[in-house]
Design a protein around this ligand. Sequence first.
Ligand code: ATP
Ligand code: BTN
Length: 244
Amino acid sequence: MLNPRKGIIGKKIIYLREVSSTNDYAKSIASETPEGTVVVAERQTRGRGRRDREWASPEGGLWMSVILKPRTRTADIPKIVFIGALAVVDALSEFGIEAGIKWPNDVWANGKKICGILTEGRLGEFVILGIGLNVNNEIPPGLEETATSMKLLLGREVSLDGVLQALLKNLDRWYGLFLKGRMDAILSAVKERCFVLGRNVKITDGKMEMVGMAVDIEGEGALVLETPGGRIRVFYGDVSLRFE
Ligand code: ATP
Ligand code: BTN
């Protein structure tokens, strides 16, 4: 078990053996707990992805949620998902794993998904930054083709506490820049680590479909697509991105 950290993120850490979803637990305590409180569970029985999709969360993975209470412009809130993605990519690189951001909310390594991020919140009150990282856990049946873990990539188990420690440190650093309004630094780091740029992609929201080359990520976090009809900005939301 970790000692509490000095920065904002992880001053208080709540460890749970099992929970439905750390995001749900974090939401239920958010109003009476300080900013930066982290909820970690050994396993989740109802881990969630976007659109209420199932997030497999067996023992051995890092399933956690951070409670944030940013007093920033509402327009900046969607960028909190980038704080999570940047911190995960940087933490993985400390373990020798080269990973990249799949806009908007995944981290991939070696062509497969290693981490998913789910942000939820109540406007003006709190944001929950939920991070699911495959560390030593088995890849759930059916996901072998699309998912990977630190253990698979490194060929050995790693200390879950060590990974949590590295992640909290990097979260603290990126969130510090976010609070200082350094959106320029955040955005350029995201662009550097986002392997979607320069590739042909298809974006869908279930109803509409857009195909084009991803060329930029703009101020508000929107992905810019170059299409035959001109440039289109796609906002972070419940959209899916596939490579063409
Ligand atoms: P899309 O591009 O359609 O949004 P996605 O992979 O980003 O695809 P999400 O809703 O963000 O979809 O993430 C949920 C998906 O992640 C699930 O449908 C499942 O395929 C996959 N998944 C679930 N558990 C894990 C896990 N532990 N590791 C990797 N992938 C997982
Ligand atoms: C996604 O890829 O759609 C996001 C997956 C997010 C999973 C994490 S695990 C910790 C937190 N609790 C949840 O129920 N979901 C997030």
